[in-house]
Structures are given as C-alpha cells and as structure tokens.
Design a protein around this ligand. Structure first.
Ligand SMILES: C[S@@+](CC[C@H](N)C(=O)[O-])C[C@H]1O[C@@H](n2cnc3c(N)ncnc32)[C@H](O)[C@@H]1O
Length: 355
C-alpha cells in the first residue's frame, strides 16, 4: 500500500500536530544541549500525501531546519542525524525525491533506509560502541506487526532517548492476520487478557504495554494520548516514553495543544481511572479533587504540587495556579503561607495547607 494514493485523514493530522508541537520544543532544547542528536522515523512513508501535505519525515526536517536557521551561530558544526526507515520501495523512492527538494545544511545527515524497521533498528543498535546519542524515535506502523517491544526497550536503555509510538490497539483487538502479540508486548501476558470484551481489552492492552515500559524497559515516564472518532471508537493511542522530565512536560503541552478537529476527540488515557478529555477550557474539578485527596491534611510546598501534577496527572503546570489554587483559596478550602515579600500568587517557597 502506498501513501501517495492516500488522502490525509484528519486523525493523521492530529498525529502530525502532536508530533510537530513536540518537535518544535525538542529540537531546540536538545540541539543546544548536545553536540549530536538523532531523529528516527521508523515507518517513514513517502514524505508526501495526495493533496501535497508533508509526511512526517519532511515535517521533522522542516522544523529542524527552521530552528537551525534561527540559531545558526550556536548550532553550526553540531550533528543532526535523521534516520528514515521505509520498507516499501515506491514510498522509499518518493521519500528520497521529497528530501532532495529541501536545501539542507552540511550539519544535517539524512540516512534513508529501504528496510524493515526491526531489521534496520537491530543493525543500528547492534553497531553502537559506547552510547546512543539523544534520540527521538517515532514509530508509526499501519498495524502492530513488525514493532518488537525489544527495540523500544533497547532504545530506552540509553539516557535521553525517547520513543513515540502510534499503538494501533484496534489492530491488536481486531486483527485476524496477526494472532500472536508476544513480540509486540515482549511478554506472553497478553494471552491472559485476550478474551476480555473489546472495550476492556483496549485498556488492558494499554496497561500491559505501560507495565512493560515501566518494569522491563524501566522507563520513568509514560503517557498516552487517545484519538477517537464520532462513534467514540478508538482510532489509535499515541504512547510516549521518556526518562526526561522536560520531555514529559513538553509532550503533555504538545498533546493539550492539539485542538480537537472535526469529528475526533482527544484524551489522556494513561490511567483508566483518570481519563481526561483535552479541551480549550477543560473542567478542572478532577484536578482539584485529586489535589485535595492526595495532600489531605498536609502542608505542601508549591514545587511538590507542581511535580506531582507533572508526573502523576494528565494536567499541565498552567492548570495549577490561577485555575485551581486561586478558586480553592478564595472559597477558603485551602490556606496559604507565602514567603516574606510575597503577598499573592504561589512563588517558590509558598506552602499550601490542605484540609
Ligand atoms: C502509517 S504509514 C507512515 C506515515 C508517516 N509516518 C507519516 O506520518 O507521514 C506506515 C508506513 O510504514 C511502511 N511500512 C510498513 N511496514 C513496514 C516495516 N516493517 N518497516 C518499515 N516500514 C514499513 C509503509 O509502507 C508505510 O509507508
């Protein structure tokens, strides 16, 4: 199958918006911090859709190029490595053609590979002598075949390496051609949940994948972003895994900034007991309740609340102060001890007393 014959669907746009939002933050932070950074698109596609929209590799190159131009003096002589893996010959040729149209600086090294993702990645990972440079890996298959958990596990064993995986749970649930998911999950435990109802199976499979990331790959932070159609059926879940606190913050912001488009809704599904719909003006009652419950009868520094919200909830730091703590303080549910010199707001050192 070839993307050249495809019209870009709006759910693909949703995926691209999150990717773009994130890369606009990831490239500058990583490029300024490290001498070499790597971007891998494991299922790259032909680089262009039917109506001329950029495919994910071209989007990534253009974003990196913009950032490079803006900060040329500081970024000159650094290495920006792009690995694009595409199995289909025609799509691969098309991608090469699209890359040629871009005027890329010498600092950009593009490595296109006409291979299967797992085969190419085994070679790349097998050739590492010391450590893998900070790498963002986008894994965007059609289904769930050919995406062994062991690859993500190896990537994530290196510091500053991240995985962003389009987990086609519908493929796992409905596929009749792929009946063995041991490679995908890196465990046989999927068999224990295979007979559940489809709706329960979705979360059970996601939970198992998270568990594998947290326990086998020992990843610190995992979040998932769920895209549903008008009938409320899941189309895909984007799973993000990282050990980097700043990465987590930027990816959550990237997900919230993906405006709901047309017939699709987006929500955080990292914790099935804490599903949060991404909206412009979200209902923050669950965040209030979570904070009141978590910190019940405690006096807590604002920094601790911010870390908890970042690590343990779908919410952003921008949801904490004006939208949550101010109303709680006004209604006298919480009281606040501010450091001397501070009369309002919640500057560093502020202590919140929870009932
Ligand atoms: C969902 S599309 C990728 C879309 C692209 N990431 C984008 O956003 O523009 C999946 C692509 O993976 C390719 N593909 C399928 N199986 C593959 C495999 N095992 N390894 C590498 N590429 C594969 C397909 O030919 C197709 O172009």
């Amino acid at each position: 199958m070839n993307l050249l014959t495809w019209e870009m669907k709006s759910h693909t746009k949703a995926k691209h918006v999150v990717l773009e939002n994130y890369l606009k933050a990831w490239f500058p932070i990583m490029a300024h911090t490290f001498e070499r950074i790597i971007y891998i698109d494991g299922f790259a596609g032909p680089g262009r859709y039917l109506k001329g929209e950029d495919g994910s590799p071209i989007k990534a190159l253009k974003i990196a190029l913009d950032i490079f131009k803006q900060h040329k003096v500081k970024l000159m002589k650094k290495d920006f490595i792009f690995v694009f893996i595409e199995e289909d010959k025609e799509s691969y040729e098309s991608l090469l053609n699209e890359i040629k149209k871009l005027a890329l600086p010498d600092e950009f090294k593009v490595i296109p590979l006409n291979e299967k993702f797992d085969v190419a990645m085994e070679k790349i990972l097998g050739n590492i002598k010391t450590s893998l440079a900070p790498t963002f890996t986008f894994i965007d298959p059609f289904g769930t075949k050919g995406v062994p958990f062991s690859i993500s596990q190896k990537i994530l064993s290196y510091n500053s390496c991240e995985v962003f995986f389009n987990f086609m749970s519908s493929g796992v649930i409905r596929s009749s051609s792929v009946t063995d998911h041991t490679e995908l999950f890196g465990t046989e435990e999927w068999k224990e949940i295979n007979d559940l109802e489809p709706s329960e199976k979705h979360y059970a499979f996601l939970d198992l994948y998270f568990k594998q990331l947290k326990t086998s790959a020992k990843v610190k932070f995992v979040r998932s972003f769920n895209v549903r159609n008008k009938k409320n059926a899941t189309i895909f879940d984007l799973i993000y895994a990282t050990n980097n606190k700043v990465g987590l913050e930027k990816m959550k912001a990237a997900m919230w900034a993906a405006d709901p488009m047309g017939n699709y809704t987006f929500r955080d599904t990292t914790d099935k007991n804490q599903l949060v719909l991404f909206e412009d003006s979200p209902d923050l009652t669950p965040l209030k309740e979570t904070l009141l419950h978590k910190f019940s009868k405690q006096s807590v520094q604002i920094q601790k609340i911010e870390e908890f919200v970042l690590f343990e909830t779908p919410y952003l730091s921008t949801h904490i102060k004006t939208k949550t703590l101010v109303p709680l303080e006004k209604e006298k549910t919480i009281t606040v001890n501010r450091p001397s010199g501070s009369r309002k707001g919640y500057v560093k050192g502020t202590i919140i007393n929870f009932p």
